[in-house]
Design a protein around this ligand. Structure first.
Ligand code: CA
Length: 226
């Protein structure tokens, strides 16, 4: 049974391997990164249910990763700190960590914290009502998109694509992530279809209203922002 998708950012190979095996055994899908910068990029480019983030990391420390992540993402984060990094714990919670674990810890404890964090998350997240950016508004319950209160005609796929962009506004989304989420293809295959549908959406939103919301991030993907 699939329990959720977790990103594990930890530079110590032994700890990383151990946590990964335990998480996979519990039914989680795990992706891993060994340094802060790569971890942040991955956290921003894909859709994770939870992130486990070590504090002491090469290239960008965990605090900085968390700070930058929180500028555009509310994905739950559990931080891993060493025993002598008490102030890091406090700081981490201040800048938006959901929980922390002090090394060394029992794996059962980490698994329990993960379950609790994910459960809170599911209760907190609203049943995806209306989302808005600028004058563009998408109402999931009515399956309606409006711009300046004027209704737009979108196909089912265009609606799904726009919804995904709006729920992740300001975040750079890769073509692969879009393909997987909107089309359900679980492979890094031909992503041209994403470009084609982005073009359709631009025709109905950006071109028509002359305000650019859909931005191309060269070599990466797309981003919805004002
Ligand atoms: Ca470390």
């Amino acid at each position: 049974m699939f329990q959720g998708k977790i990103l594990l950012i930890e530079d110590e190979t032994k700890i990383r391997r151990f946590i990964q095996l335990e998480l996979e055994h519990e039914g989680y899908t795990v992706e891993e990164e060994q340094d802060g910068r790569a971890g942040l990029n991955k956290a921003l480019s894909k859709d994770f249910d939870l992130i486990i983030l070590d504090v002491m990391l090469p290239s960008l420390n965990g605090m900085e990763v968390l700070r930058r992540l929180r500028q555009s993402s509310q994905t739950p984060v559990i931080m891993l700190t060493a025993r002598d990094e008490i102030t890091d714990k406090v700081m981490g919670l201040d800048i938006g960590a959901d929980d922390y674990m002090t090394k060394p810890f029992a794996i059962e404890e980490l698994l329990a914290r993960i379950r609790t964090t994910l459960k809170h998350r599911r209760i907190d997240s609203p049943p995806s009502a209306a989302v808005q950016i600028g004058n563009l508004k998408l109402d999931k319950s009515r399956h309606q998109v409006t711009y300046d209160n004027e209704e737009l005609e979108l196909t089912k796929r265009e609606f799904d694509l726009l919804e995904y962009l709006m729920l992740n506004k300001k975040i750079v989304l890769t073509r692969d992530a879009i393909l997987k989420k909107v089309w359900g293809y679980d492979f890094a295959g031909d992503t041209n279809i994403v470009d084609v549908y982005i073009r359709y959406l631009r025709g109905k939103i950006d071109d028509k209203y002359r305000v650019k919301l859909i931005h191309t991030v060269r070599g990466v993907g797309y981003q919805l922002k004002l």
